[in-house]
Write a protein of this length. Structure first.
Length: 363
């Protein structure tokens, strides 16, 4: 307040900033920013493409992450107050927001991928926080799905990222889903008879779709750090379980970088190297495998996951028999992918099968 406007009886504050006493500069913090917020587009991106990338990003989040968060929130609200978990939505948002640009319509479009990565690099934390706030404040019975999606786009692309004008974010219309997807040429059947079926975008739906089959799919990005380890592990597990494996259990891989994955079973939402079990009778609700940083997994980790994820009775019985054959110390061995570890394991399995056969003949 200017000196000539001060009342004589009003104690005068002498502002010293910064000060060791918060009361001395509390008014400074409350002065509103006189500059109105504007869209902030980096020089090397076109404004319309930057906005489109953010809206596409919000569209992908709406189709998967937001749905997961709404389902988790509904479960928490159904619990008693004393049993509710705090920070669940924050954990979901922060864990998955970094992979949002792997949404297939963005990842396979170079003009969208660049600005999307830039938006995540600069605003990931703010996007996650805004998403949590938006989902938490949604009415239990929204007016309509399109209106909810529009408000979420506004919150993410204007409030958080400043990539679009509010009206542009709300009025953005999602493109019609493609009916023709980019795909490698399928391998001839005579060259695709190994323990693992190598699928492409054109035939991966066919591999998953059989309702009476458990199909475990490894969707990978060849340039990722995980692929160097998990790829070898996945093939080795399939090789170990190839003897006597029933038709009800299949192992499939697909290169997610070279193939646009179809949305039929949510494949287009697998945002990073992912192992997913599409169980018999539960194709729209796959069970994902989790692994720690570094992906130092043992054979036990894979067997434990498979036994819990399969749904067909033949698959379950086969895996239980396989576990009984494998020596206990072998499933926890860390050198199981080395040449020496492979040779030792194969010898142990050969001996175990021979003993099991002899026991069966004696009975």
């Amino acid at each position: 307040m200017p000196e000539h406007l001060e009342d004589e009886g009003t104690p005068r504050l002498e502002y010293k900033y910064p000060s060791q006493y918060p009361a001395d500069y509390v008014h400074w913090a409350k002065i509103p920013d006189p500059t109105p917020p504007t869209v902030q587009v980096p020089k090397n991106f076109a404004a319309d493409m930057y906005c489109a990338a953010c809206c596409r990003l919000a569209d992908g989040i709406e189709q998967k992450l937001a749905m997961e968060m709404r389902a988790a929130l509904a479960k928490e609200r159904a619990k008693k107050a004393s049993q509710r978990s705090f920070g669940l939505l924050d954990e979901l948002a922060n864990d998955e927001i970094d992979a949002a640009c792997h949404f297939a319509p963005i990842w396979h479009n170079k003009t969208l991928r660049g600005p999307c990565k830039h938006i995540l690099d600069r605003h990931a934390e703010k996007l996650a926080a805004t998403l949590v706030k938006a989902i938490s404040n949604e009415p239990s019975e929204p007016d309509g799905k399109s209106q909810t999606a529009a408000m979420l786009r506004r919150a993410l692309c204007w409030d958080a990222a400043r990539a679009c004008e509010p009206e542009a974010a709300e009025s953005w219309i999602p493109p019609v889903r493609k009916t023709e997807l980019m795909s490698d040429r399928p391998r001839p059947k005579e060259q695709n008879r190994g323990p693992v079926y190598v699928a492409v975008g054109a035939d991966v739906d066919e591999q998953i779709g059989s309702d009476d089959t458990d199909v475990v799919v490894y969707a990978y990005w060849p340039d990722s750090e995980e692929y160097e380890k998990v790829g070898l592990q996945f093939y080795r597990v399939a090789e170990i379980l190839s003897t006597g494996r029933p038709p009800s259990l299949r192992f499939v891989t697909v290169d997610a970088k070279r193939n646009e994955l179809p949305p039929t079973y949510g494949l287009n939402q697998l945002g990073k190297d992912t192992i997913a079990m599409f169980g018999a009778g539960e194709k729209t609700n796959p069970t994902l495998m989790e692994w720690p940083d570094g992906a130092d997994l043992t054979l036990y980790d894979y067997l434990h996951y498979l036994i819990g994820a399969v749904r067909h009775q033949d698959s379950r019985e086969f895996l239980r028999r396989a576990v009984q054959l494998i020596p206990d110390d072998s499933v926890h061995r860390t050198d199981w992918l080395s040449r020496k570890g492979r040779a030792k394991f194969d010898q142990e399995m050969k001996r175990a099968r021979a003993e099991a056969k002899a026991t069966k003949e004696e009975l």
